[in-house]
Design a protein around this ligand. Sequence first.
Ligand SMILES: Nc1ncnc2c1ncn2[C@@H]1O[C@H](COP(=O)(O)OP(=O)(O)OP(=O)(O)O)[C@@H](O)[C@H]1O
Ligand SMILES: [Mg+2]
Length: 1024
Amino acid sequence: MEGSLTARDRVGIQDFVLLDAYTSESAFLDNLRKRFHENLIYTYIGTLLVSVNPYKELDIYSKKQMDIYMGVNFFELPPHIYALADNVYRTMLAEFNHHFILISGESGAGKTEASKKILQFYAVSCPSTKLLDNVRDRLLLSNPVLEAFGNAKTLKNDNSSRFGKYMDIQFDHQGAAVGGHILSYLLEKSRVVHQNHGERNFHIFYQLVEGGEEDLLRWLGLERNCQQYSYLVQGDCAKVSSINDKTDWKTVRKALDVIDFSESNIENLFGIIASVLHLGNVKFEADHRGYAVLNNSPEIHWLSKLLGIPAQVLQKGLTHRKIEAKTEEVLSPFTVEHAVYARDALAKAIYGRTFTWLVNKINESLANKDSSRKTVIGLLDIYGFEVFHVNSFEQFCINYCNEKLQQLFIELTLKSEQEEYEMEGIEWEPVPYFNNKIICDLVEEKYRGIISILDEECLRPGEATDLTFLEKLEGTMGGHPHFVTHKLADQKTRKTLERGDFRLLHYAGEVTYCVVGFLDKNNDLLYRNIKEVMRQSKNAIVKHCFPSSEPDSKRRPETVATQFKASLVGLAEILMTKEPWYVRCLKPNDGKQPGRFDDVLVRHQVKYLGLMEHLRVRRAGFAYRRRYEVFLQRYKPLCPDTWPNWKGTAAEGVELLVKHLGYKPNEYKLGRTKIFIRHPRTLFATEDAFEICKHELATRIQAKYKGYREKGNFLKQKEAATKIENCWRGLKARKEREKRAWAVKVIKRFIKGFMTRNQPTCLDNSEYLAFVRQNYLTRLKDNLPKSVLDQNTWLTPPPIMQETSQLLKALYTRHMVRKYVRGVTPQKKMQLQLKGLTSSMFKGRKENYPYSVCRPFVDTRISEEDIHIKILQTIRHERIKYSAPVVKYDRNGFRTRFRQLIFTQTAAYLVEEAKVKQRVEYNALKGVSVSNLSDNFLILHVTCEDIKKKGDLVLQCDFLFEALTKLCVVANKQNCIKVVQGSVRFDIQPGREGFVDFKSGQEFMVYRAKNGHLMVESTKAKSR
Ligand SMILES: Nc1ncnc2c1ncn2[C@@H]1O[C@H](COP(=O)(O)OP(=O)(O)OP(=O)(O)O)[C@@H](O)[C@H]1O
Ligand SMILES: [Mg+2]
């Protein structure tokens, strides 16, 4: 961007304000020319844009270019129509006010193109949504439609606007284009019926004939040949190389769809266009009385079909007029000439009114129904000043219009600007300029102006003609410096004027008007009866265009010129309420040629457009001014003293502000009510600073607001939290209270239950007792005795469970016993039986018996390997049942001997190694004595009659209970055991007796007592 800027800078000067020789027209032209030859068609004079028509396509209107110019400060980039458009748009958004862009220049200078470029820029640069795109498309496509119906090829311009157009683009506060409205001004209707040589009728006729689909043409009764239609051939140039009617037709058709024209609208519309062509071909002949009759041409048939009016009615309407004769109305026939005139008047009226309908229809589709406030940017693209070889009423109107716009420009720039400086007390060297008010007055002044005189002539009874009008003019205007006629002119000038001409010295140059047709065109008369005929039309548009409410001829409608004048006053009023921006279009040559810069032509335009004066005022003046209040309001954030509120006067505030901003004294001036800033760059620098500051402020405000919002949220949340907390606490407290109440009840019941626990079950204690029961049972379950022998582990039951407890204990014991019994092996069972036997014999009788209970019995205490083989051989046939080591006490002297005691099936043996010391058959065993004390002595009493036989055996055996039990079983002598107290008598040998005395002592001792008895002292408990 930077690069392109410097490259462009090198070619001339991009703002005339910077031109050194700013008073020199040549320097001005040089700069324009230099830039033009480099295809730099745009140059600024301050914020005014000068544009020179390049007459060729330049690559400067792409989307990329639009992006470059979007949101960039005006003077930062090379001059461009986009820069202006963007600047207008941004100013509108910033100041939220209305603006308009006045595009002026003579015919063919590029006004329409410029307005299209601006519209395209907005279409691309404005925010868009699907809905907005629709508006955008309609805004854009309204152009080709209006151009088709309102533009035509003229000698000056192949696409010359033959109507004035003011278009408002409406923006919402976010800058989105949300709607539009078009005002159209005076369409050059005469073109419908007549074109000068080298000119064409309106484009739409050619587009329809050239581009219309076969079916459509057939339906409209048209041929694809423009030469067939007399309204299209008068200029003799139906075909133009720069215009492609076929493609333009397609664009228009598409556009009509987008703008929401219904099929019937479109049908009716083209029906009208075709009707005009047919109307042009209607020919009249004179009958024998010289009155016009139709030569029964097929045109009437098509007209009747397309307009939906019976052919007869049409025919009559075209050849007669209604005149009022005292009390009645009579139809008076036309002469041929008159009929042709009426026919053309009808064609013009139909076309003109249809054009108005079209504009209204487009406005309907562009209308924004939303009532919120909008700002607008108005685009004024009006027909340019034009001078032809022969100039008529139309040119008079067009040039008058340009004169008015020039006056507006002067009012808003040169005049008001200088007046303002004076008013504000700013030192100022007045810049002389040509004020065209004198010409405007010449045309429009009441009673004395050309329009007034023309109207007067039109309305005057009697034979008023164009020439009487001219005479009147001469009579009134004689001597006016800007008005001359053949009669009034000096000799030299007279040669250049015809008798029927008058010449006006317009701001843009001299134009000679031929008065022929002025009255007619100004009257724009359409006979009443043909209007009535049109009212019968079945074509909805025609019907709409000729409403029955239209005032009839009894009251004359306003003349064309007066209407036009009024509409221009209206336009000026519209524009005066808006901020103006200017695009001045220049035409480089008359030949529509690219690259040719005609110095004389351009110099002339520069002159009459007042560009030099504008430059001088700009140079000497100030680019920007604002009322102190407005300026301060906008920029006060830039100075700490004025922000946020300034208490003093606005002027003082601004003074302080600009000092703070560091404005140099020559950069600004302080007027009475306004500040004036000389250079745009000063303002842009301020604007840039404001932009930055705005963001900072916005951030601060945003932060504050966010803080405020968050605080609000926080407080809300806190309140909510407290509320929830309260609710929750309440809920919890209520639950707690319920729980406590419940607990109190339960505890009360419990206590009552406890107090009445010993009473029979009743309401008060049933629950408690159930609890006690359950509690006891639960505890009992976990504390059951682990073994069948455990007699002590059993929970003490509460009183009410005594019985249950007993039952359960028995049950559980039984269960354990059962379990135990089931787990007992046959050997164990056998042993237990033996133990049972032992118990029956010794339980409660012998002191050390309890200690033996836990010692299991074994089969034998001496294995067969430990018994001497000889012994085994000796007693093999008897089978050994049990054996145990014993201590034998000699019967005499009680010496101790270790022996083996073996029980067989039949006898007990006392064995010493391989020797059987004594054999006692069980039959001979009389009994066995043991003491009741805790010793292990046993005395076997044997039957002993034989003296030789040994006597009783006194033995000590560690396995006393086991051995004795085995003996009882083997010998089958359960009752032979005797538990004795004190002493045991035994037989030493038959007839000789000995004694063993037993007593308890401190320790276990066996000794021979003094009395010769064997004394066995055994400890009491645990003496084993
Ligand atoms: N910026 C441009 N780039 C290329 N060609 C242009 C440009 N501006 C104008 N032209 C050419 O000049 C022709 C005339 O321009 P335009 O129709 O805008 O003139 P105008 O000022 O509207 O004239 P009128 O007053 O007759 O309506 C255009 O058809 C186009 O060929
Ligand atoms: Mg135009």
